[in-house]
Design a binder for this molecule. Structure first.
Ligand code: ZN
Length: 307
């Protein structure tokens, strides 16, 4: 459980305790008159005259008053009666004359407006708690979005043998040369390494998984098709390419003059801008298979950001 969830749980229980307290106060603070004997008004006055009553509680309602209390004789016996408003001045005078202690309370009204007014602090509190929870939830969502916005990195590498009679295609651009990469597709090392770097950053496997060289549909195709397919993979994951940096290693021919065309071609296939691609060329200083002109390789780093 993260700190946001903890805070939410604490807030939830605080709200529940407040809610319970307020409800309890709402129900119990004003109370309802206790039930008991129900003497008529005249019987009640007679009891007052006879000094059988020393204390009454008067519940104030909009249209009538209710009286409760205990008789002195018989002891511990409660009474309850409702009196019309008109008799209240006379009643109070008689109670005063007999030195009966009068406690006044506001009776809980059946009037929904009054109930709502009574409940206003409770409603405000619940509203405030809901508002706080919503704020926290939206902060959590923002944090998640920020987390998702975190840049992801992917590394791609590819190498193809060079053979005579094959077109020399790098970055989707054919360059005049007497050799070209061998491969199931057009053997474009740069496109393949970009594909792997992007798939790696997306956590979506690699080029061999998505476009197996045993599948005849990819035989002899332009590798730009693989790059075009990446758009759907990224769309499903709500990601997009941030930047691509590549190094192509080949002894010959010179690649630099073709970089602008390669960037434009790759960017179009990837549905990004050419400025989001950096290309560099290296030789292998005559060392190894690449140095002998027998192979071409590419290293690529790609970054993905939240779409
Ligand atoms: Zn390849």
């Amino acid at each position: 459980m993260n700190s946001s969830s903890n805070a939410k749980t604490i807030l939830f229980w605080i709200s529940i305790v407040f809610l319970g307290t307020m409800l309890w106060k709402l129900v119990s603070a004003n109370g309802t008159p206790a039930q008991g004997d129900e003497p008529s008004y005249n019987e009640f006055i007679a009891r007052v005259d006879a000094d059988d009553i020393k204390e009454v509680t008067l519940y104030l309602s909009p249209n009538s008053y209710e009286l409760t209390g205990e008789y002195v004789r018989p002891a511990n016996r409660r009474f309850h009666l409702t009196v019309p408003k008109e008799v209240v001045p006379d009643l109070l005078r008689q109670l005063r004359e007999k030195s009966v202690l009068v406690k006044a309370k506001e009776a809980r009204s059946g009037d929904w407006v009054l109930i709502l007014l009574n409940a206003a602090p409770l409603i405000l509190l619940v509203g405030f708690c809901l508002f706080l929870m919503r704020q926290m939830r939206s902060r959590g969502a923002q944090a998640l979005a920020t987390q998702r916005r975190g840049v992801r990195f992917g590394l791609g590498y590819d190498l193809h043998r060079l053979d005579t009679g094959r077109p020399f295609i790098v970055g989707g651009v054919e360059i005049p040369f007497d050799k070209g990469p061998l491969g199931h597709s057009d053997g474009d090392v740069l496109a393949h390494a970009i594909c792997d770097a992007v798939l790696g950053a997306a956590g979506a496997g690699d080029i061999g998984t998505l476009f197996p060289d045993t599948d005849p549909q990819w035989k002899g195709v332009s590798s730009l098709i693989f790059l075009e397919q990446l758009a759907k993979v990224l769309q499903d994951r709500k990601q997009s390419i941030g930047y691509i940096d590549a190094v192509v290693i080949t002894e010959k021919p010179k690649l630099g003059p073709h970089f602008a065309a390669m960037k434009a071609t790759l960017a179009k296939a990837l549905k990004i801008k050419p400025e989001q691609i950096s290309l560099k060329a290296k030789t292998n200083e005559g060392v190894d298979a690449i140095g002998r002109g027998e192979a071409i390789a590419a290293h690529v780093i790609a970054t993905l950001v939240s779409a």
